[in-house]
Design a protein around this ligand. Sequence first.
Ligand SMILES: [Zn+2]
Length: 413
Amino acid sequence: MPLDPSRTVAELRELRELTGDENGAQRVAWTDTWQRAQEWMSSKLEGTGAAESFDAAGNQWWTLPGAGERALILGGHLDSVPNGGWLDGCLNVIAGSEVLRRIAAEGEPPLTVRLVSWADEEGARFGRSLFGSSAAAGSMADQGELRALNDADGRSLPDAISAFGVDLDGALDARSELENAAAYLELHIEQGPVLESMDLPLGAVLGTFGVERHRITWRGQAAHAGSTPMDKRRDALAGAAKLALEIREIAARVGDGAVMTSGGVVTKPGIVTSVVETAEQLLDMRHLDADKLAELYGAAREASERFAQEEDIEVEWERIWQIEPILFDETLVGFADEAIQEVAGTSHRLPSGPLHDAAEVSRAGVPTAMLFVQSLRGLSHTKLEDTKSEHLELAVQALDRLATKTLAWAADR
Ligand SMILES: [Zn+2]
């Protein structure tokens, strides 16, 4: 059976009908609708010769045995956010199934070929993303926190996952799934505006941004809005406001795709008749280069101390979360570039702002590459998420070529 990219588009529409409603995709992990998507996917892979299994973290696998035990893995996630888009995650799995079908039809591949649908990539219900892939990668280290997580209805995470046969303490046994991994490939919608702005259908992903996330507390003095002259104020909000604008300069100066976001400021007492006494500001900084990420952080801190002095207020930083940049395999990124050029004429290399399962797999030491396909208007995690059909078909072709190149390379090693 030759590759049929139009079938991927048809199957995406079928899954949308089966698991979505007027508000968008509803395949939230550990729910009946997610299970319906899993069963539907299984039915699509029947007759290919790929054996289905679930691992200790609830990841769903299909394994097509090859001449060698080492495996090329294609992956994605069938779960979505509530009211999500029709492509996020499931494009990867469905396109992967098309590639697997094509490989299976050609006889025994040189390496084993596996398709995986990672469990709970989105973390939409319990607030913990990349559940299945972090377990398989062995980087899951927050079992204590996971045990305490509840959904909006008060159901605990251990309880919800046990309905799917997953035990929190045993989830890390999924590590054995990556033992024979020779390479990992993932196709994903871009979820941002870069490819569309360049009028390109596809891009090769260099890696995922490192992230520094901080809570900055500014402390001044509450004072009467009427009786306190302007030059006698110690206004905590002034510090936060200056920093919120300064990050534009810092990001521009450091460059190379740097992004910084002041995502929220909460002021107290927060009334119209008082100068602000405390302002709690949230700051997110991202870069693909670890040194430049450190530069963003250093420059923001330095600026905050300067503003504190200027405004006669105090500033204090607290790190909420951090992750190092994760760079994908240079050889495989090169193959991704070639594959895109072959099907679309032009390629472009770009970093990924969002984290993906591919980042976890790469962190585990498996050579990894990702393809991005253009997102219309850069929108995702909404029912408005969309990609042109012809671009989806090109994406399947590019993934197929990337898989062929990677198989040949891995078989040779
Ligand atoms: Zn996704």
